[in-house]
Design a protein. Structure first.
Length: 94
């Protein structure tokens, strides 16, 4: 067993997901998500990946476009965030 796999197992992280969000800004009251990315790892190896652009329903500030490379044109016609969120019962207790 390689060191990385052994360390992840020791930490209880044999399987985990890394999530990245891009937003129109930092204010949770007015800014919106424009991209969701996630990568699933099992024993330190990537096993699945998603990357979804989201229509925030408001213009993306020029600063955010320069920072992320995501423009209004990129998100035009993409689904709104609520169409991508599925709330369900947890599969295990937390």
């Amino acid at each position: 067993m390689d060191y990385r796999k052994a360390l992840l197992k020791h930490l209880g992280l044999s399987t985990f997901v890394v999530v990245d969000l891009e937003t129109t800004g930092l204010d949770p009251e007015k800014d919106q998500i424009i991209e969701i990315g996630a990568i699933k790892f099992v024993d330190g190896v990537e096993t699945d990946r998603i990357d979804e652009l989201i229509d925030p329903g408001l213009p993306i500030p020029e600063f955010i476009t320069r920072l992320t490379g995501i423009s209004d044109k990129d998100v035009a016609g993409k689904p709104p965030i609520l169409s991508l969120i599925h709330i369900s019962e947890p599969t295990r207790p937390y």
